[in-house]
Design a binder for this molecule. Structure first.
Ligand code: NAD
Length: 286
């Protein structure tokens, strides 16, 4: 058991709402912070949606009232000082814009109690890029979740050379307490473990199809049959949604930019965005 009891989540968008809900579902008191009342209204709707999703996906205990119960442990605030006044841990899931993160941490560093740990859920920034703005580099690290955290439940924990090892260990333990499988990462690495593996894998698949070596379905078949993996790379593209990989590939070298253009022309421009739109590399009926 750690000393973490009260958790504040900054940003209640796609990931922040999931992190806040999963934390409350696991029995913690949670404050959901966002910039204004409109954003908090959207957060309420997201949390209501998550209650149904947890039940539909058969998350343990969800159908017995545990998902509905989680809502009673969430307090909403758009006043940062109020939101963090009792926080033992602040998990930040605001947009992936370095200057916005820095200015938010600068303010947060002044307002939060001295003992409060700060964790960023950033996917592409390193905690070192942000640590100086926190005013407490020893209590700052990355805690990176995957989308749909109730079923894809890894939590990659990555500090900087300044992170206090006791803080690192407490966050690893907290991650377990909210039902995640903690993945401790010993040194800073862009992409953590997951994206260090996944991004080159998906780029290799895109090359095979974009350059006409093989059809997407045959690439997937090869991967599934020959390795026993449940999904091939193009099925994974569809689950992620094609826009995010497109953006990542567009920022890469000349080759990956070419794959991005292929994906845009053949799929994205036709509205084939993946599972969420009903069609991507495959067609989905429900
Ligand atoms: P999002 O755009 O869905 O949500 C961002 C939320 O932050 C919005 O509710 C917005 O109103 C709020 N916000 C904006 N400025 C703010 C501020 N100054 N203070 C507090 N809240 C503010 O974004 P997202 O997809 O949830 O991503 C958030 C973070 O999580 C990013 O760092 C991203 O890299 C990371 N992440 C995203 C995913 C994913 O699959 N979407 C997965 C892992 C990590």
């Amino acid at each position: 058991m750690t000393d973490i009891h009260q958790v504040t989540v900054l940003g209640t968008g796609v990931l922040g709402s999931q992190i806040a809900f999963q934390t409350a579902f696991s029995g913690f008191e949670v404050v959901a912070y966002d910039i204004n009342e409109d954003a908090l209204e959207k957060a309420r709707a997201r949390f209501d949606g998550l209650v149904s999703t947890y039940v539909a996906d058969g998350v343990d205990g969800a159908a017995d009232g545990k998902a509905q119960d989680a809502l009673t442990r969430v307090r909403y605030s758009h006043d940062l000082a109020d939101a963090v006044k009792d926080a033992d841990l602040v998990i930040e899931a605001i947009p992936e814009i370095l200057d916005l993160k820095k200015s938010t941490y600068a303010e947060l560093g002044k307002l939060a109690p001295e003992h409060t740990i700060f964790a960023t859920n950033s996917s592409t920034l390193l905690p070192s890029d942000i640590k100086d703005s926190t005013g407490r580099a020893d209590k700052f690290l990355a805690l990176h979740f995957a989308n749909q955290i109730w079923k894809f439940n890894t939590a990659e924990v990555m500090g900087t050379s300044d992170t206090d090892p006791a803080v690192f260990d407490a966050v690893v333990e907290f991650a377990s307490e909210i039902g995640m499988v903690p993945i401790p990462i010993h040194k800073e690495k862009a992409g953590y473990v997951l994206n260090s593996l996944l991004v080159p894998f998906l780029n290799a698949a895109a090359e095979l199809a974009a350059d006409g070596y093989a059809e997407p379905a045959d690439v997937d078949n090869t991967w599934r049959i020959a390795t026993g993996a449940p999904m091939g790379p193009f099925q994974i593209f569809d689950v992620i949604g094609l826009t995010t990989p497109y953006n990542i590939m567009s920022n890469g070298d000349e080759n990956t930019k070419r794959f991005a253009e292929w994906m845009k022309a053949e799929y994205i421009d036709k509205g084939y965005l993946g599972v969420a739109s009903g069609r991507g590399f495959y067609t989905y009926t429900n």
